[in-house]
Design a binder for this molecule. Structure first.
Ligand code: SF4
Length: 464
């Protein structure tokens, strides 16, 4: 009887791809995956964790504890082994502080793996199955991850058959003062353009209608490999195909693949935008006119302490160039409020900026204190009541804008991708992030549908 493995995937789309790679690898090694409802029957349960901010850590730890308790309480699960994977184990198991390491804190867990072990889980599972209870947990996490998947990496997609995430790079070379990700996921490493194009062709041939390009910083794609005198990338280099492979050259190649599909760009960094990238997006008909560009703030004071390598004038100018250069563009962004040292003036400047630029899609987060980050050590941490109040004020403003944007869509015709019976997403709606478009039930799931917007409700649109 093959080993049965259950998997719980937490966190973002980047973690989801790691889960897909683990499953692909385990299936290749002859193991089978249990359905969600049959997890109690699994010989081994993998919890792929997230560790971005406090709430994500809490959710990960709660999920692990629930699995441990279920094993204790349910006789059918008595022999089940538990493996913790992902950002939580990668972050804490290589910590210099022994007290932070998870094997000491969660001794009931049978094994811990990190980001470099996603395609090496099968031998770890074999070891874990033979591990006697009471033995020390197996810890395989290695520091400074290097792994990056390729087009032929076995992978079992967990997304609906008509859409896929494509990880074009891993890691991040930025040093944003609030972010722990570079310490968890390592330095930026790009895949080759050829490998991504081969993967994209296979996905499209299998019926995928939407490729969502992801990484920690998609605009930095290729730059880590730029070589030669004057060609090496700097922390603020713009996308430039003259210097080597770049996001622009990749988009052009993907756009030339035959078929009817969208390419969606997620997680871009403002510091690397260039006129070449703007022109490429405008010219490539398959690239969705939707750009995800987390800006985090607009006041020079905040951008400087956040170490965002850009200032307010640069960002305003960039947004104007993007809007002028790419017709019908929707910009999605996120802001952090309540960052250490944020004054009422800084916050008012942010509100004014949101009023002026009327982002089609936006999200507000309150600053989360993260151990191991530079911001954690800054003076001027903001009282949580002030953070909450700023969050409410900013959210009410972006909701007001979202309402106006939706009102403006009534009467428009747009192509949408049908996700499930009666529910679709437009070009301006990223999966699991943005709103929906309600379409007639007859619209075929997994196909494009020509919608005519007749009404709107909250963040959603209604079509006939
Ligand atoms: S760009 Fe900044 S916020 Fe984004 S992953 Fe890198 S360090 Fe974190």
């Amino acid at each position: 009887m093959p080993t049965q493995v259950g998997l719980i995937s937490l966190g973002c789309a980047k973690n989801l791809i790691d889960s897909e790679i683990m499953i692909g690898h385990l299936q290749q090694e002859g193991m089978t995956m249990t359905k969600e409802e049959d997890r109690d029957l699994a010989d081994v349960l993998i919890v792929n964790t997230c560790s971005f901010i406090d709430v994500a850590k809490e959710e990960s730890i709660e999920t692990i504890i629930q699995a441990v308790n279920a094993r204790h309480e349910d006789p059918a699960r008595e022999k089940q082994k538990i493996i913790v994977a992902g950002c939580l184990s990668q972050r804490f198991n290589v910590s210099k502080n022994e007290d932070d390491r998870l094997p000491g804190l969660l001794p009931e867990v049978d094994a811990f793996i990190g980001l470099d072990q996603v395609n090496q889980v099968a031998p770890i599972i074999r070891k874990v199955i033979n591990r006697a209870s009471g033995e020390e947990s197996i810890d395989t996490v290695t520091a400074k991850p290097q792994y990056i998947p390729d087009h032929d990496t076995p992978r079992h997609r967990l997304t609906p058959s008509h859409m896929a995430y494509v990880k074009i790079a891993e890691g991040c070379n930025h040093t944003c003062s609030f972010c722990i990700i570079p310490k968890i996921r390592g330095q930026h490493r790009s895949r080759t353009q050829e490998s991504i194009v081969r993967e994209a062709k296979a996905l499209i041939a299998s019926g995928v209608k939407e490729l969502n390009l992801i990484s920690q910083d998609t605009t930095y794609f290729g730059m880590d490999k730029w070589e030669g005198r004057g060609k090496r990338a700097k922390p603020t280099s713009g996308v430039d195909s003259e210097r080597g492979e770049s996001l622009a050259s990749l988009l052009k190649e993907l756009n030339s693949i035959e078929g009817e599909f969208w390419i969606r760009l997620l997680y871009t960094h403002p510091a690397h935008w260039s006129d070449e990238l703007i022109k490429t997006i405008a010219e490539c008909d398959k690239v969705a006119k939707y750009v995800d560009i987390p800006l985090q703030h607009i006041s020079d004071h905040m951008l400087s302490v956040m170490r965002r390598k850009t200032d307010g004038d640069y960002i305003r100018n960039l947004l104007r160039r993007m809007k002028a250069g790419i017709p019908n563009l929707a910009i999605r962004t996120t802001f952090i409020v309540g960052f250490p040292g944020e004054t009422e003036d800084d916050f008012e400047e942010l509100l004014e900026f949101i009023r002026e630029f009327r982002f089609e899609r936006a999200g507000i987060f309150t600053y989360s204190k993260e151990e191991g980050t530079h911001a954690n050590k800054l003076d001027g941490h903001i009282h949580h009541m002030t953070k909450q109040s700023r969050m409410r004020r900013a959210t009410s403003l972006i909701d007001e804008v979202a309402k106006q944007v939706n009102e403006e869509q009534v009467g428009r015709k747009m192509r949408v991708l049908v996700e499930e019976g009666g529910i679709a997403r437009g070009e301006w709606d990223a999966p699991d992030i943005d709103g929906r478009v309600f379409v007639p039930d007859e619209a075929k799931i997994g196909d494009f549908y020509d919608a005519e917007i007749t009404d709107w409700r909250g963040y959603d649109l209604v079509s006939k």
